[in-house]
Design a protein around this ligand. Structure first.
Ligand code: G3P
Length: 217
């Protein structure tokens, strides 16, 4: 399973990259605003800065919601850097744009996916990635992980190449369950990645090894 970090914070991206397990970055307009990145030029520069920090795919989201606007903005984003994946919302004009981008060889991430029907449409349109938001489904007392399972089954039934990018991952158990189900990618906060390191028996065992080593020297 690929690990993406879901942030526009350069320090956190650098920390995840330094761990050696990072495969890419996802961003969205809210994450860019959280870092105080505003204005078209600053936003475009920030995407390039992120691409220069990591080796993998970097999702950059369009703001336009009409077909022509999505195409114009998506082509501009795709030209920024060869690591850019154009993030397009799951709306009618978004699906049409994904098909257009797919035919032109521009990679896409279909975002704001909350049902298996939406995921099926994204795959039919040729999306590179589909992003089901599991945490936000959990937030409204719906099982986000069962959506990942349904999409896995549907994609496997027909051999769709669209990668399931589990998004809105909030914690380590989401990561582990996504891996168990067979999501292709997960994107989450740095804490969901570094949290995988932790086990009290590891800490206790290491302290014991070091203490015993000290006794013997
Ligand atoms: O980037 C999309 C998604 O991962 C957002 O997550 O935590 O805002 O629901 P969250």
């Amino acid at each position: 399973m690929k690990f993406f970090i879901d942030t526009a914070n350069l320090a956190q991206i650098e920390e995840a990259e330094a761990l050696g397990v990072l495969d890419g970055v996802t961003t969205n307009p809210s994450l860019m605003a959280k870092e105080g990145i505003t204005g078209r030029n600053n936003i475009l520069k920030h995407y390039v800065d992120i691409c220069n920090l990591v080796e993998g795919d970097v999702s950059a989201e369009v703001i336009a919601t009409d077909y022509e606007g999505i195409i114009k903005e998506g082509e501009e984003l795709a030209e920024l850097h060869d690591q850019i994946v154009v993030k397009v919302p799951m709306i009618k004009d978004g699906v049409k744009a994904i098909k257009y981008f797919s035919d032109k060889g521009i990679r896409t991430n279909c975002t704001l996916v909350f049902s298996s029907g939406q995921a099926l449409l994204a795959a039919k349109a040729g999306a590179t990635y589909v992003s089901p938001f599991i945490g936000r489904l959990d937030d409204i007392s719906t099982d986000g992980l069962s959506l990942i399972q349904d999409i896995r089954t549907i994609y496997d039934n027909y051999g769709f190449q669209t990668e399931i990018l589990a998004a809105s991952v909030r914690h380590t158990m989401h990561v582990i369950e996504c891996a168990r189900i067979g999501a292709d990618v997960m994107t989450g906060p740095l804490s969901a990645i570094t949290g995988l390191l932790k086990h009290p028996l590891t800490d206790i065992g290491l302290a014991q090894f070091l203490a015993d080593h000290k006794k013997g020297n």
